[in-house]
Ligand binder design. Sequence first.
Ligand SMILES: *Cc1c(COP(=O)(O)O)cnc(C)c1O
Length: 368
Amino acid sequence: MIYYTKPSITELEIEMVNEAMHSSWGSNAGNWVRKFENKFCEMFEFENAIATSSCTGALHMGLHALGIGPGDEVILADSNWIATVAPVVHLGAKPILVDINKENWCIDVEQAISAISQRTKAIIATHLYGNVADISKLQEVCFSKNIFLIEDAAEALGSTLNDKQVGGFGDFGIFSFHGSKTITTGEGGMFVSNSNELANKVRTLANHGRSLSEARQFWPSTFGFKYKMTDIQAALGLAQLTRFQELTKRKREIFSIYKKELSHLPFVRLNPEQKEVVPSNWMTNLFVDNPAGPTREIFLERMKSNEIDGRVFFWPLSKFNFFEQTHSNSLIKNSIYVASHSINLPTYHDLSLDEQYIVIQTVRSLFE
Ligand SMILES: *Cc1c(COP(=O)(O)O)cnc(C)c1O
């Protein structure tokens, strides 16, 4: 079986986790987490980074810290993982789903602008598959309308815009270290912000509302969350950060082989190349920009018969029947169209060249 994703774990990760298991208790508790956060800030040039138990948790706290709640609206793209919208709903705010743009598969800024109302508090831009959303336009819009800009950079560690890591362009950004992501801590995430005030709030929220400056023990100043990362996870994350260049280089290598071998096929479009952007190439997605196909179902079936774990492009969130339909399908046509004509191709560090060519042959066979 050729998997679609798998983390790369070496002796370094094992050694560092082993060390953390021995050394991270008592008065040393939290040291690995701090090291991981500091290294993250230093490598990617963020003012503040707070390690969390998941990216979803980081988003939940960030939205809460911005004061988003009942009566508020948050605009995001229909093509997203459920994690991006669930915290909005849990806080009692209303998600407003808009279409993606067919070029970069990220939020369509024109549609986002039309969706802005008196109640809009924030736009969440997801850098889907490591492609970069139209950040400068979004910054302009959010600034002029006085709404928050949030970057879901879960899949975009290593994606830069004008040499700057994405996640740092908005009011805050979030990253995921789930086992499928470019670096992993098993489960885990990172909240980043260049606002010290917002970061301090989130740091307090992450630890059951207990402020770092509080001298009294067990004294919360507010209702918080319990979304902290463990030292053991942080040690794994630090080891992965040490290997960051190697991990991203491999993602790009895999992408460039797919591109060389597949991009000439009729109507095929792989992850776009964007001006001023270096993408993380977290996951290669193959999109057939032709209503006549082949479709996702045909790809999935052929891959399955060749023992390849093909994965679908994110379903449009509005397809889930627990969602109140806020937009008609005619407005979100790209989210539906791209999803139904796409397939994620295996993109992980240890994928061998032979395995990659099995995937390539399988894809090609559908165009013969
Ligand atoms: C993985 C992912 C998340 C959630 O990350 P967790 O660490 O699993 O909470 C959020 N948004 C996107 C776009 C993702 O790919």
